[in-house]
Design a protein around this ligand. Structure first.
Ligand code: MTE
Ligand code: MO
Length: 376
């Protein structure tokens, strides 16, 4: 049984699948902290969790152009200057359960909590590559491929790739991380080493990193080629040509209301109710504003407070937690709350899911709408 040796998990994580293990924390706990505690961080595994002895761990590197190879132990990786970044990791399928209401899609039915924000430490990928002679202007490669140590029954590892520009940019903050929130990375999140690619879809943040290949080509892995891609709403499983869409890298702007929850009874105080949630954008774009509505999107006001780390655009890799107090119309006992975030490039979330529906249920970032009952 490849799943006989899975790590223990926090009881509040709600599994959407047990083998492989996939789970998200309750929404209200998610926004209690700007930095998500390790045990509450969502888990997205495609395969069984490998059991890796850190003292025997080896990371292989290959430059396809020069055929230069290298092997690094965990100790070797720790010799590089330790770089720390606060980075949100979000699954490309976060909030899929809302898109499903338009029309069913294939994929795990994630709620709004397939996202977390952590402080990651490790070696800069650009420093490691520089030691192999791979530098901006000195390589003809276009991509950096990552392979996990987790494998499927045919022995194929999990994999994905990013563009060489992101990997070599010292301001891109890509790290070979061995710490998550000041602790060794927990097994579920990639112990002992995972790559953190700030601002880029979770799928490329490869856990249990076993191999790095600098190449002219993208990763051939299923998750790069035939998954985590967006398509027009008319495309389905019968008509899709996966080659026609690029693999998702930087994620678009998103937000969610985490308090109150759908269907909750909310106490009205002085004609107002309190709302709380998160907002984030990929590509290092910072959240500059979150707009909220208590009448289904007719009237809007900016959230009162945005909490985030200090990082500035275009290196704002972490999310923002926001709070708002909104007036509710008198005489109403039910209202629809809405939230939409705006990032530092003034990108804004789409209004509804009909327009952005795609058969894989990715990039599900329309306004978040939550219906609540009012008690006065
Ligand atoms: N890396 C490996 N080796 N195996 C995986 O299954 N899942 C990816 C990515 N890295 C995955 C992986 C996906 S789709 C996501 S969303 C993130 O890891 C989830 O990271 P987390 O479980 O630490 O939250
Ligand atoms: Mo994911």
């Amino acid at each position: 049984d490849p799943y006989a040796n899975e790590p223990r998990r926090h009881i509040t994580l709600k599994p959407s699948s047990k083998q492989p293990f996939n789970a998200e924390p309750p929404l209200s706990l998610l926004v209690d902290n700007l930095i998500t505690p390790n045990e509450l961080f969502y888990v997205r595994n495609h395969l069984p969790v490998p059991d890796i002895d850190a003292s025997a761990y080896e990371l292989e590197l290959l430059d396809e152009e020069t055929q230069k190879e290298k092997t690094l132990t965990l100790k070797d990786i720790k010799k590089y200057p330790k770089h720390t970044v606060t980075s949100t990791v979000m699954c490309g399928g976060n909030r899929r359960s809302e898109m499903i209401k338009v029309k069913p899609v294939k994929g795990l039915s994630w709620g709004q909590a397939a996202i977390g924000n952590a402080v990651w430490s490790g070696a800069r990928l650009c420093d490691v590559l520089k030691d192999m002679g791979i530098e901006d202007g000195k390589t003809s490669a276009f991509h950096v491929q990552f392979e996990g140590i987790d494998t499927d029954p045919t022995n194929m590892p999990y994999g994905g790739s990013i563009q060489i520009e992101k990997a070599l940019d010292p301001h891109g903050d890509v790290i070979l991380a061995y710490e998550m929130n000041g602790e060794p990375i927990p097994r579920d999140h990639g112990y002992p080493v995972r790559v953190i690619v700030p601002g880029v879809v979770g799928a490329r943040n490869v856990k249990w990193l076993g191999k790095i290949i600098v190449s002219k080509n993208e990763s051939n892995a299923h998750w790069q080629q035939n998954d985590y891609k967006g398509f027009a709403p008319n495309v389905d499983w019968d008509t899709v040509d996966f080659k026609k869409s690029p693999a998702i890298q930087e994620l678009p702007v998103i937000s969610a209301i985490c308090e109150p929850l759908e269907g909750e009874v909310v106490k009205v105080k002085n004609g107002k109710i309190k709302i709380k949630g998160y907002a984030w954008s990929g590509g290092g774009r910072k959240i500059i504003r979150v707009d909220v509505s208590s009448d289904g999107g007719k009237n809007w006001q900016a959230a009162d407070a945005l909490e985030s780390d200090e990082a500035r655009h275009p290196r704002a890799w972490g999310w923002s937690i926001w709070t708002a107090e909104v007036p509710v119309p008198e005489g109403r006992f039910e209202v629809q709350l809405c939230a939409k975030a705006i990032d530092s490039q003034y990108n804004i979330q789409p209004e509804n899911f009909e327009n952005i529906w795609n058969f894989r249920g990715v990039l599900s970032n329309a306004y978040h709408r939550v219906n609540v009952k009012l008690s006065r």
